[in-house]
Structures are given as C-alpha cells and as structure tokens.
Design a protein around this ligand. Sequence first.
Ligand SMILES: Nc1ncnc2c1ncn2[C@@H]1O[C@H](COP(=O)(O)OP(=O)(O)O)[C@@H](O)[C@H]1O
Ligand SMILES: [Mg+2]
Length: 215
Amino acid sequence: MRLTARDVSYTYPRGDHQVLAGASFDIPAGTSAAIVGPSGSGKTTLLSLMGHLLPMQKGSIAAVDDAGVERPLSDTASWVLQTVSLLPDRTAADNVAVGAYSDGADRAEARVRAVETLRAVGLAGHESDAARILSGGEAQRVAIARALASHRPIILADEPTGQLDARTSSTVLDAMIGAHGQRTVVIVTHDPEVAERCDLVLELRDGVIHERGRL
Ligand SMILES: Nc1ncnc2c1ncn2[C@@H]1O[C@H](COP(=O)(O)OP(=O)(O)O)[C@@H](O)[C@H]1O
Ligand SMILES: [Mg+2]
C-alpha cells in the first residue's frame, strides 16, 4: 500500500500558528519511512491526520493499493500511539490479541499471533503478565506487538522506541521493518539510529517535508 500526502496544512482550532503548511510526500508500498524533526515541528499532528484522529483541513492523504485504488487509512493502518494505552488488568497476550481481532482473527489465530509478535519484540515469556505490572519499555513493546498482530498493510508509529535502550530498539525495528516485507511502515522518531534503519527519511521543518534521501 502506497501512502501519499499532498499539500497538507493544519492549524489547531485554538492554536496560534499553522503547524503544517503544505506538507507533501510519497511513501512507496512496502517501504519504511522515518518522519524526523524538532520537538513541536508537527510530527504527531501529521500522523494524527494520517490516521483520521484529526480532521483534514486542507490537502489530502491517501493510501493507494497496487491496483491504484484509494483505501481509507482507517481500514488499512494500525497504530502505535505516542501515549501507550493497554488494558491494565488483562495479560500482555490478551492485549496483543486485540490487534489480531481487529482484522478478523478468531481466538486461536489471535493467540498464535500474540505469542509470535511478543517473541518478535523480545517479550517471550511475558505472555501471561498483567499489563499493569509491565515496565514502560515493556508496555511500549506490547503496544507495538498489538499493531504487528493486526497484519494490516500500513503501520503508523509515533516514537515507538522512545522508552527503549539501543539493543531492544534494534530488535523492535527488526520486527516492524523486517517482518511481512510488503508492509508500509511510518515511524516518527527523534533517534538518528532509528531513522538510519528506514528506507526513507522525511524531515518536517517549518510545516513542510524535506526528503533526506533514500538508502
Ligand atoms: N491540541 C492542540 N492545540 C493547540 N496546539 C497544539 C495541540 N497539539 C499540538 N499543538 C501544537 O502544535 C505543534 C506541533 O505539535 P506536535 O505535532 O505534537 O509536534 P511533534 O510531535 O513534532 O513534537 C506544537 O507547537 C504544539 O504545541
Ligand atoms: Mg510528537
């Protein structure tokens, strides 16, 4: 699934400035893109517009399938939000299973995917831990596993490695970028090592995107 944005502008209703001022980009199907930029540059705003968490004011963002047909991101993307939210009294595996249920897996299939994706993010052995006893970094990885368990073609992740050390961060990137090669992955990050792992680096500055190259 290709992702394309054209002239996206956005001002918060009570905001004092235009956060996005005609941002455009193309992310080819099956590639990974890092969105980088200083704090407050609009990275979360852009991702929120992509996921329909904010209403579009000007411009367009679309997911386009291999046949050239536009598909709503609400059906094609799964999310890792900047603020991790899990069901605190349910196990790590139950939380991840929610991602699998969201695209139609039955109980048995959801369980298999939960075990698989928890292992992929380095949390084998934590399947039965209640979410509320997990550390911040573990909870963040459960949220990533939940998104991976959905098998949707697009992953949108906001600072998914923000609470992880370098080694764990690398494991998680393997899981996000390496797995299911046809996925399109968008990662907001301020970590240069994360950006370096992505095929494409899109820098958000003064409300517009500057493409920093393709590896
Ligand atoms: N709900 C809001 N209302 C008004 N201004 C906001 C709101 N959310 C974010 N902003 C402002 O929009 C700008 C971009 O924020 P954000 O997209 O969160 O940046 P980033 O994720 O790059 O740090 C910042 O100046 C921030 O203060
Ligand atoms: Mg942000």
